[in-house]
Design a protein around this ligand. Structure first.
Ligand SMILES: Cc1ncc(COP(=O)(O)O)c(C=O)c1O
Length: 381
């Protein structure tokens, strides 16, 4: 039986040739391809700066450090995300405060965040990490206004959303991670994401100061600029406690060719989404699309009553659907530090019903029809 995964990478000969050529060059780790990828990625999303990293988890860690998160700082995020979104706060000794999702868009609900902020004294929170969940862009303009009113920073977890955008009140298209409203955008190049580098990530920002901090922290906190001393050309100084979170040159070469076909991939994802919606409209609940938003569709999620049975039924037919996500606050690690009773009713209801159907550019019409037929067969009993 042919298996149909929920997501998969799209590697063609052009990608392979680019990697082979990078492997034959003088650089394996940071070389010219890293810089080229950063420049092209910044251009693609419309941000001033981009910093390539070895994965988005490292990127999130660098982001909270660049924004000076320190022990005890309280950060708000969504429970419906991959654990890494919240974990970065813990790496730096901060406290994660989960706020509920909108039951129709599945995104962090700004009203729930506002209520949470307003229920605490001024200065209680330091930042917000909203997620462009499943590829649907957060309205970052609204989040910025809320954040500014309370002096908070914003990290946009855009791991699901390269190529997605929302339209702001000035009728401007804002691509996810463009840095117009959020301080830093974070992208992942894990194989099931839009751009596959094996492992990899990118940080985007419009702030020169944040850019310089991110670059410094990515490479051990080592610099050759503005040094206290200079013993000769070999000399460098370590001025901060940084890490080795670098992306390699051959991964960047792959990232460049992957990026070049991202628009085509996102367009195909939207075609697949339109097919699902046409078949399910009025019968099966799926993620809402707010006016002016363009969903990059990392995932296509539906909600059903008997989710476990549907999951098992589709798997028995070779359709490898997945669940995104088990709410982060219910994970034993977070339960053990007191998050079990977070009162996140929409997130928990969503989790009991959600299922991610196959969504990737190379999914064929026949394969999608096979999926649709079996979902309908199950739902219609
Ligand atoms: C929303 C979100 N944030 C962060 C990450 C972490 O990305 P990476 O695997 O590149 O570290 C993921 C990956 O699954 C994700 O889905």
């Amino acid at each position: 039986m042919k298996k149909i995964p929920y997501g998969r990478q799209n590697i063609d000969q052009n990608d392979i040739d680019a990697v082979v050529s990078a492997l034959q060059s003088d650089y394996l780790t940071q070389g010219p391809k890293v810089k080229e990828f950063e420049i092209k990625f910044a251009e693609y999303v419309g941000a001033k700066y981009a910093v390539a990293v070895n994965n988005a988890t490292s990127g999130l860690h660098l982001s909270v450090l660049a924004l000076n998160l320190s022990k005890g700082d309280r950060i708000i995020t969504t429970p419906i995300t991959f654990a890494a979104t919240a974990n970065c706060v813990r790496y730096a000794g901060g406290e994660v405060w989960f706020s509920d999702i909108d039951p129709n868009t599945y995104l962090l609900d700004i009203n729930s965040v506002r209520e949470l902020i307003e229920s605490k004294p001024k200065g209680f929170f330091k930042g917000i990490i909203p997620v462009d969940f499943a590829g649907l862009p957060i309205n970052m303009e609204e989040f910025r206004a809320l954040a500014d009113a309370h002096s908070l920073w914003i990290i946009e977890d855009a791991c699901h959303a390269p190529g997605g955008y929302f339209v702001d009140s000035q009728s401007e298209k804002n691509f996810c991670g463009n840095g117009n409203y959020a301080d830093i955008g974070v992208f992942s190049f894990h194989p099931v994401k839009h751009i596959a580098c094996g492992e990899g990530g990118m940080l985007t920002t419009n702030s020169k100061e944040l850019y310089e901090k991110l670059v410094l922290l990515r490479t051990h906190g080592i610099t050759k600029e503005n040094m206290d001393e200079n013993h000769g050309n070999w000399y460098y100084e370590m001025i901060a406690l940084g890490f080795n979170y670098r992306l390699t040159d051959f991964q960047s070469a792959l990232g460049i060719t992957q990026l070049a076909k991202n628009n085509k991939g996102v367009a195909r994802r939207n075609e697949i989404s339109a097919n699902y919606k046409k078949e399910f409209e009025g019968k099966i609940k799926f993620q809402d699309l707010p006016a002016g938003a363009y969903n990059a569709h990392h995932l296509f999620i539906v909600e059903v009553e008997n989710r476990k049975e549907l999951y098992d039924f589709l798997h028995s037919k070779g359709i490898l659907v997945q669940i995104h996500y088990v709410p982060v606050h219910t994970m034993p690690y977070y339960k053990n530090i007191g998050y079990a009773d977070a009162g996140l009713v929409h997130a928990e209801k969503y989790y009991s019903r959600c299922i991610s159907l196959p969504m990737y550019p190379t999914l064929s019409d026949d394969e999608q029809n096979f999926v649709i037929e079996h979902v309908k067969q199950f739902v219609n009993g």
